[in-house]
Design a protein around this ligand. Structure first.
Ligand code: FAD
Length: 405
């Protein structure tokens, strides 16, 4: 097989690069390591600053992909090795079995009979899914997948599938591609909140991360979008900014989006509970460029209190979360008792812990550009969606120049 440009990662940045490059007439192959495209954006409830649903942007890209014969994508696929140089790379891919083919109509009969229930990673373990699954109703491709590590091969799904869509004997494949340029759009994962010992994550039930909170607020999330603490409505909530970020012991850099994400999430609470008290503890609010307007608008909403002070201690009492911080404006210690605490954990590049041979990264795991290997989106640096897409478009432009030579 020959593909002139390879895009690694099927999140918003990789999809954008792939669509933009292929629409100029070059052949593009996109590889995504999970069974579905969309990346982290598919887990968000709404996008700041417009607060629109993330599937709008994704669906536009999917539509452009479907009608573009120059663009091929492989899910469940990882890069094993890269050799060669700009204009002439050789890439070895490993395609893991999905066990479900294009005959699948997503009727869901297989899911009903599957006896294996596991933690649902789409909801960060806040819900369960079956070993044969579709993460959500906007999934791309809209075909079930079998979790090879969890499936017990009982064959019940095969028996009920009327479309001959399941083959439990499918095996792993390898593929070699010759490409001129590689766009690395491998994105990020949430920083592990358990590592921040003083913030109580994993110890106290109502201490959640910002990405878990996105799922709790999502209509297709574990509580159908109802934000609840101990099963009850929220009267008060706190957000702890820079949870692990800008901290030499954790992520020394600023993740760029967490302040805006918490401001956005405060609007989720405000929408459901107009009288709830919302506290945002911050070091300094980073709302760059035109996002300043979004910050100003949310900050003056009723019941939202911004407190300049880093959360130092988190405790639990009678199902409530006790938050202690020092107000840097007054020097006073502040104590707040809230129903829920949301930790604004930062974005850690995917390649920090899962490197790809042949791709160079900096000390944090962000990809370093070199001739013919071009980062896009959060693989490059912490970015929001708009800037991820800008880097993705510019990566496409750089990549097609190598393909042309
Ligand atoms: C709490 C929170 C809320 C946010 N809310 C907003 C918001 O409202 N508005 C906004 O603009 N931004 C928001 N962001 C930022 C937004 O999530 C990112 O800008 C966006 O996810 C970047 O997309 P990406 O494609 O670079 O990375 P990702 O979304 O991480 O996609 C990367 C893809 O690459 C795949 N991948 C990883 N490694 C490999 C590999 N080795 N091989 C193949 N595939 C691989 C992954 O599976 C994934 O599908 C938020 C961030 C946080 C933390």
């Amino acid at each position: 097989m020959g593909g002139e440009i390879l895009v690694i990662g099927g999140g918003i940045a990789g999809l954008t690069s792939a669509v933009e490059a292929s629409e100029t007439g070059y052949s593009v192959v996109l590889v995504e390591k999970t069974p579905f495209l969309g990346g982290r954006v598919a887990q968000l409830n709404k996008y700041f600053p417009k607060l629109c649903p993330p599937f709008c942007g994704l669906e536009i890209l999917y539509r452009r992909m479907r009608t573009n014969p120059k663009l091929k994508f492989f899910t469940n696929t990882e890069v094993m090795s890269i050799s060669g140089s700009a204009g002439d790379f050789s890439v070895n891919l490993r395609i893991k079995p999905r066990f479900v083919n294009e005959n699948c109509t997503a009727c869901g009969k297989c899911k009903e009979v599957c006896p294996v229930e596991v933690e649902n990673e789409y909801d960060f373990g806040l819900s369960k899914r079956k070993a044969i699954y579709l993460p959500h109703t906007m999934a791309m491709p809209f075909i079930y997948a079998i979790d090879e590590f969890k499936c017990n091969k009982c064959g019940e799904c095969v028996k009920v599938c009327k479309y001959n869509a399941i083959n439990l004997n499918e095996t792993e494949k390898t593929l070699n591609l010759k490409v001129s340029a590689i766009i690395v759009a491998t994105g990020w994962k949430p920083y592990e909140a358990r590592k921040i010992a003083n913030l109580g994550y994993g110890k106290f039930k109502n201490v959640v991360t910002n990405m878990e909170f996105e799922r709790l607020a999502s209509l297709n999330g574990p509580t159908n979008g109802k934000i609840l603490a101990n099963g009850n409505p929220i009267n008060s909530i706190a957000f702890a900014q820079c949870a692990g970020s800008r901290d030499e012991n954790h992520l020394p850099y600023c993740s760029a989006v967490c302040c805006l994400a918490s401001l956005k999430q405060a609007t989720y609470v405000r929408e459901q509970y107009p009288n709830a008290k919302i506290y945002i503890f911050y070091i300094d609010i980073r709302a760059f460029g035109r996002y300043e307007d979004f910050f100003a608008k949310v900050a003056k909403e009723k019941g939202i209190e911004l407190i300049k002070g880093k959360v130092a201690k988190v405790e639990e009492k009678d199902g409530k979360v006790l938050v202690t911080a020092e107000d840097t404006a007054t020097g006073q210690k502040i104590h707040k008792e809230v129903d829920m605490l949301v930790l604004a954990t930062g974005m850690q590049p995917s390649l920090a812990e899962n490197p790809i041979a042949g791709i160079e990264v900096d000390e944090y795991g962000f990809v370093r550009e070199k001739p013919g290997i071009i980062p896009a989106g959060v693989a490059m640096k912490p970015l929001d969606v708009m800037f991820s897409n800008e880097t993705a478009t510019s990566a496409a432009l750089k990549a097609i120049q190598f393909a042309k030579r």
